[in-house]
Write a protein that binds this ligand. Structure first.
Ligand code: GRF
Length: 203
């Protein structure tokens, strides 16, 4: 039985603003979440600087340094395991994870996506929402499965699209919602994992 916080590893490829929001939330007061490592496929990712600035282990594994996707993912999985990670948060990680990786971390990978899934999986979600004249748009936190943005939805936040919105204004407004939604879902998810551990249940 353990009520220790859940050890979380973050995978990111870019600026890491969601990572920053998760970190800020987990560091304010008593938290059920402990972010212990940030890993990127991009050595220049701004998110790695955020990790270093906050004394969190930051590691980069560029895909080009590995002979295959399987080798690359094995390295990342091993690094996560060595750090004692129990749960992975994808925060702008720009690679599709293989079915093998997802199986290895089954029900232990969360992702934030900038649309109201199942609408607009993949890239350029804000442009596509405008093109489709969507009345509502927003963001989704979901469990990751082997598909692209197809895993079970945990929570969503939505907003009304204004006639004057551009993809930039939408991106800004949705990002602000992401920074509120993702920490909340992570917190609730970790609370649940801790309760399950306490009760000797494992999902
Ligand atoms: C966010 O819009 C997130 O929803 C998507 O990638 C973007 C990452 O932004 N998965 P940031 O690196 O967290 O600022």
């Amino acid at each position: 039985m353990s009520d220790l916080p859940i050890r979380v590893g973050v995978l990111l490829s870019g600026r890491g603003s969601n990572f920053g929001a998760l970190l800020e939330a987990t560091r304010s007061g008593k938290s059920s979440t402990d972010i212990v490592i940030a890993i990127s496929d991009n050595e220049g990712a701004g998110g790695l600087d955020i990790a270093r600035d906050n004394s969190i282990t930051a590691q980069a594994y560029p895909r080009s340094s590995y002979a295959s996707k399987a080798d690359h993912e094995a390295q990342i999985s091993n690094a996560l395991e060595q750090a004692g990670v129990e749960l992975i948060c994808l925060a702008g990680y720009m690679r599709i994870l293989s079915a093998d990786f997802v199986e290895r971390w089954q029900n232990r990978i969360l992702n934030i996506h900038p649309s109201l899934l199942p609408e607009f999986p993949g890239l350029n979600t804000h442009e596509r929402a405008l093109e489709a004249k969507a009345e509502q748009h927003g963001c989704t936190v979901h469990l990751v499965d082997a598909g692209m943005d197809t895993g079970p939805i945990l929570a969503q936040s939505s907003l009304m699209v204004h006639q004057t919105d551009t993809s930039e204004t939408l991106a800004q407004r949705v990002l602000k919602m992401e920074h509120r939604l993702y920490p909340k879902v992570l917190h609730d998810f970790c609370d649940r994992l801790i309760a399950e551990k306490r009760n000797g249940v494992s999902v």
